[in-house]
Design a protein around this ligand. Structure first.
Ligand SMILES: *Cc1c(COP(=O)(O)O)cnc(C)c1O
Length: 231
């Protein structure tokens, strides 16, 4: 059997089991296929297997693939976004996962308004306080959201995190729990323009733990396509 198909089937099975362990419907968990470095042919294979949502971490690469695939998949920007590149992707992406500062939000709002659209975003949180990672400090997350809510062409839809790289995925459970608590705290305040629907966390190494702790978008690259070749 085709390797991508085989990988997808086992990931789906794992999603199902983890969802059941966390007393949720597996259908409520979105599998995002992460396709950085992956060629169009293999992305098409994944789409043909029924994966509807694709994540890219670089604007240039997303645009290149968008040219070929158009709106067939739903595109998600999951990597760092520079303000000067917002204009290129604003009308192409369904969700921006990586907003972590007010200047970026301001630019997204401006470009969304020019395009007459409302754009959905997630706030990226640096949950483990890693020097090397993007994302807002957990303690400043609510304050940032309160500022962003004033922009009427942006809808805050939830939170995203990239957890630390760990050998044993159980070691990330504490961070996923903290993310879930933050998510629930903000959601329960029921503020206008904040619609806490998505908690984007969990990658190839740790997605089952992330689901157990409340994730509803998992972002999987290696698990579907094998190790990436950056050459
Ligand atoms: C590359 C990437 C992923 C997928 O990582 P894998 O370990 O290959 O599943 C998920 N999220 C972000 C932000 C990424 O850049």
């Amino acid at each position: 059997m085709n390797i991508i198909k085989e990988n997808l089937q086992s990931i789906k099975k794992n999603i199902e089991n983890a969802a059941i362990r966390s007393k949720r419907d597996p259908k409520d968990i979105l599998l995002l296929g992460v396709t950085k470095t992956i060629d169009i042919e293999r992305i098409n294979e994944l789409i043909n297997l029924g994966v509807t949502d694709i994540g890219e971490n670089k604007v240039q690469e997303l645009l290149h693939k968008y040219e070929k695939l158009g709106n067939t998949p739903n595109w998600h920007l999951i990597g760092h976004l520079q303000t000067n590149k917002v204009k290129y992707i604003i009308d192409k992406v369904k969700l921006i996962h990586s907003v972590d500062n007010i200047k970026l939000a301001e630019e997204i709002n401006k470009r969304a308004k020019q395009n007459n659209i409302i754009i959905n975003i997630l706030i990226e949180v640096n949950i483990a306080g890693e020097e090397s990672k993007k994302g807002v400090n957990p303690d400043n997350t609510e304050k940032l959201i309160e500022q962003i809510v004033k922009f009427d062409s942006i809808r805050v839809k939830g939170l995203m995190t990239v957890a630390p790289y760990v050998e044993n995925p159980q070691n990330n459970r504490v961070y996923f729990k903290q993310m879930h608590n933050l998510f629930i705290d903000i959601r329960d305040k029921n503020k206008d323009n904040i619609d806490m629907e998505f908690l984007s966390m969990g990658m190839t190494n740790d997605y089952e733990i992330a689901i157990e702790e409340g994730s509803n978008i998992i972002r999987i690259g290696t698990g579907l396509f094998g190790a990436r070749n950056y050459n």
